[in-house]
Design a binder for this molecule. Structure first.
Ligand code: C2E
Ligand code: CA
Ligand code: CA
Length: 871
């Protein structure tokens, strides 16, 4: 197919040899030179151009030093010097001359036509009566090859040109002669070259000639004759093909189409079809020529590739992944299409993505990339342009591409969902869902960590156990929403007072903990505890209501009070217990004595059961004094346990016993009988003790016959019922039994008994209680009286309670009056009565007559007590 071997200088004046003479002779005989363009030739060069998808095609004739292009399509000169063309090489042999890239070939590299941009050339010689007149040539601007089929086709077309030339010899060349254009033998050869189908069809589409080979060979050529060529095509491809056929026919232009063709055995094969309509000079369609390449395997492979790519794309999208390739030298990045959805920045913009990474996480990125190796970045925070923070993870590997250049290829995952799930799981395991503080488990871990750190650094660890006083009552009375709101507010106040240093935890229920690390002395921790306690004094607001609520705090410190976590918690617990015991709203530090006290108390509860049968429980009496006159208005009966070994024990030590309903009821009944008996004795001796009040626990209100028990005790002793008073705390009004409590209190009121509201101001303060229940007296809790002179807040509360009492027509009694200063202050504020060590400590019944005598109480005369009681 190459040039003949005969040497030929580029600018040589070729001698006119015999061959040259023969050619000139033939050309002249054919009267081809200088003749006007002929439609027959034009159609063939167009067909050639279309069949080969070339940029230009021509029929050139060589005459002396001239190359004359008889017919041409494309941007090529009509005429050239013989030495400036390819064709002088083509005519040296009968084979096709193929120049894949003229620039690579010294014979052609400097030709003007090559300099104009044509690099590919293929030419078939035109041989008429043994003389090579010229060539049919196709040219392209890009280098390319020419397959065996196409070479054959080019030869076929060259023969068509020769046919045309011969026809011009005296015959009318207005029509192409199909039968001469492609004798069947040539088709057969064509088809055999490259597994294809070649056919000719009439303008109607009816196949007139065909050749089949390769996968199509099963079909007999004869079967095709008379069929429409469209019938060979897959039904799904027909419409498209038909439409293109119409267009091609109108424009007289060829087209290519990928479609499925029947292989004659019921299967369809993908083929690449090129169809050329051959149009007559008058514009009518003469016939179709079709050539099919079998591209089935390639299509299947491409299809599989497409599917695989699509599958990969979907999988990447489902996995929220984006793939990329980075050039470390140019810092250019190419990401896949999914990356824009994930990262929200342009695919090729590296800086835009880097800028969005959290500044704290940037160092991970820099550290992860080591030239040459794999790179793995577990989790960095990334701010999406829409404002949300995401978590990204990356795996990458540096490699060399085909040219040996460094490339980093990687995948970036959006792991936000996983991270958030982990975060939720972590929170569930470590955080209290209501307050967001550490939960008990996390606190214990923090404590263990803090202790091992303190051991290593000779540091200290303090824990503060904070317990909300009477939380249960708030919850019962105001509802769980109020309770939850209160707990959240407690957490917020704790955070406010303690600042960012200490760990805060909610251990459960209404119990909170503060963990302080470092070197804080016990005193400092106590100071913080007191600050926390003070923070509780401001009322808690919920739903427009104000909830009074105090906190008791226990403080313990490592290594001062314990050696390990468990002991430290226990010590803080004991300190908390003692804080509660001393009265609510306090902070207490652990003392070793507390442990012994608690152990003793536990033992006592066991003992008290045994003691209840006899007279072990006895009332002691504490006087109440009219602050205006100094007169004794009555007494409060306080339970005492006369222990055979330890002597007299106060209720604080057996408070646990009151928790037990059975014991509480037994103590209550025992007190009622003893007080009734003492009253009877004093009255019998002519003393007037005023009214004597007994304390009733919530448990006692649980029994419906409580009034009957008290009335029976009084009646049996022969004491008027009005001589007995009752003291209740607000907690008995709360909860589900409120209605039963109201009925019980109503019975006491009808019996003329005084009802006092005890420990006022510490619990759940509600003015409605004062209206709803038949209350006679309010007892201001001793915690307010204690600091009356120092704490303006407490003074304000006392003043408010006194004002309240006045507004409701109630007598106000101040508890725990210890000093003259307190007495003065209370009197000045208009408080009605006082009770406390200043006036008298609780005393046994035997001492009451003497006390009354010393205070000049008048002898009992009929009905006088009531008068005395109201001052
Ligand atoms: P409470 O009803 O508030 O009784 C007053 C408490 O204050 C008594 O403690 C009394 O001794 C103490 N107190 C009185 N004046 C002063 C003072 O000036 N300074 C100080 N620091 N304390 C003073 P006590 O006797 O230990 O009783 C403690 C609590 O036990 C009582 O508080 C009461 O709630 C309960 N309690 C006592 N006896 C009974 C009883 O028979 N039945 C029931 N259910 N509870 C009782
Ligand atoms: Ca009381
Ligand atoms: Ca009290």
């Amino acid at each position: 197919m190459n040039d003949t071997s005969r040497p030929d200088g580029p600018d040589a004046n070729l001698p006119i040899d015999t061959e040259e003479a023969t050619r000139l002779e033939a050309l002249r005989a054919l009267s081809l030179l200088g003749t006007p363009p002929s439609a027959g030739f034009d159609r063939i060069v167009e067909t050639a151009r279309d069949l080969f998808g070339a940029a230009a095609a021509y029929v050139s004739l060589i005459e002396g030093e001239r190359e004359w292009r008889k017919a041409l399509v494309g941007d090529v000169a009509r005429e050239a010097r013989r030495c400036d063309g390819f064709c002088r090489h083509t005519i040296r042999s009968d084979a096709v001359l193929v120049v894949e890239d003229a620039l690579d070939d010294p014979r052609f590299a400097s030709l003007p036509i090559v300099r104009e941009g044509y690099r590919f050339y293929a030419g078939a010689p035109l041989v008429v009566d043994g003389a090579r007149l010229g060539a049919l040539a196709v040219l392209d601007r890009a280098p390319r090859g020419l397959g065996a089929t196409d070479r054959t086709l080019l030869v076929e077309l060259a023969k068509a040109v020769v046919d045309e030339i011969e026809r011009g010899r005296g015959r009318d060349a207005s029509t192409l002669q199909p039968s001469r254009f492609t004798p069947e033998r040539r088709f057969q050869a064509l088809a055999a070259v490259n597994a294809c189908v070649v056919w000719r069809a009439a303008a109607s589409g009816e196949i007139t000639e065909a050749a089949l080979s390769g996968p199509f060979a099963a079909r007999a050529t004869a079967d095709l004759l008379g069929l429409a060529w469209l019938d060979l095509v897959h039904p799904a491809d027909r419409r498209r093909l038909f439409r293109r056929g119409l267009g091609a026919r109108r424009r007289g232009a060829s087209f290519e189409e990928t479609l499925r063709l029947s292989d004659g055995e019921g299967r369809w094969r993908w083929t690449q079809l090129r169809v050329v309509p051959l149009v007559r000079e008058d514009g009518t369609l003469a016939e179709w020529i079709g050539k099919c390449m079998d591209v089935h395997e390639r299509m299947l492979a491409e299809d599989a590739g497409r599917r695989e790519a699509e599958r990969l794309r979907l999988a990447l999208a489902a996995g929220r992944m984006s793939t990329w390739e980075y050039d470390p030298e140019t810092r250019a990045i190419v990401r896949d299409a999914a990356s824009e959805a994930i990262l929200g920045v342009p695919r090729d913009d590296l800086e835009a993505a880097l800028e969005r990474i959290h500044p704290e996480d940037r160092p991970f990125l820099d550290a992860a990339y080591a030239p040459g190796g794999p790179c793995c970045i577990d989790a960095v925070r990334y701010r999406h342009p829409d404002g949300r923070w995401m978590w990204l993870s990356t795996r990458a590997q540096e490699m060399r591409d085909a040219d040996g250049r460094r490339r980093v290829v990687g995948v970036t995952f959006d792991i936000t969902e996983r991270k958030e799930a982990e975060e939720r799981a972590w929170r569930a395991a470590n955080r209290d869902s209501l307050t967001g503080l550490e939960n008990r488990a996390a606190f214990q871990r923090s404590l263990a960590r803090a202790l091992s750190c303190a051991r290593a650094t000779a540091g200290r660890v303090s824990i503060l156990l904070v317990d909300v006083d009477d939380f249960k009552d708030v919850n019962d009375a105001a509802g769980h929403d109020a309770g939850d709101a209160l707990l959240r507010e407690v957490a917020a106040r704790l955070a406010r007072v303690t600042g960012s240093g200490p760990h805060l935890a909610r251990l459960g229920g209404d119990e909170f903990a503060v963990l302080i690390e470092g070197h804080a002395e016990v005193g400092e921790s106590l100071g913080l505890a007191q600050a926390i306690e003070a923070g509780f004094r401001a009322p808690f607001m919920h739903g427009g209501r104000s909830l009074a609520c105090r906190a008791s705090i226990g403080v313990a410190c490592f290594p001062d009070h314990a050696d390990d976590a468990q002991e430290l918690m226990m010590s803080a617990d004991l300190a908390l217990f003692s804080a509660k015991e001393q009265g609510r709203g306090r902070a207490a530090v652990y003392r070793p004595a507390l442990r012994a006290a608690v152990e003793a108390r536990v033992a006592l509860v066991g003992e008290i059961r045994a003691a209840l049968g006899g007279d072990a429980i006895e009332p002691h009496y504490q006087p109440k004094i009219d602050l205006a006159t100094g007169a004794v208005t009555g007494f409060e009966a306080l339970a005492r346990w006369r222990h055979p070994v330890r002597g007299l024990i106060t209720p604080g030590a057996f408070a646990d016993a009151f928790e037990n309903a059975e014991i509480a009821l037994a103590i209550g009944e025992r007190m009622a009988r003893a007080v009734s008996a003492d009253l009877a004795a004093w009255l019998g001796q002519g003393f007037d003790p005023g009214t004597v009040a007994i304390n009733l626990s919530a448990a006692e209100f649980g029994r419906a016959d409580l009034p009957d028990v008290l009335f029976a005790a009084l009646d049996e002793a022969g004491v008027p019922r009005w001589r007995l008073g009752v003291e209740v705390t607000e907690t008995v009004f709360l909860g589900k039994r409120a209605e039963a409590v109201a009925a019980t209190l109503a019975r006491f009121a009808r019996a003329g008994m005084r009802i006092a509201l005890d420990d006022f101001g510490t619990g759940y303060a509600s003015l409605t209680h004062l209206k709803q229940f038949p209350v006679d007296d309010i007892k201001i809790d001793r915690s307010f009286v204690r600091d009356l002179e120092r704490d303006p807040g407490d003074a304000a509360i006392v003043a408010a309670v006194i004002g309240l009492g006045r507004a409701f027509g109630l007598r106000v009694v101040a508890e725990g009056v210890e000093t003259g200063g307190q007495e003065e202050r209370l009197r000045g504020m208009g408080c009605d009565e006082g009770q406390g060590f200043r006036f008298g400590k609780p005393m046994p019944a035997s001492r009451v007559p003497m006390f009354l005598r010393e205070h000049g109480a008048a002898s009992a005369s009929a009905g006088a007590g009531r008068v005395l009681a109201v001052g």
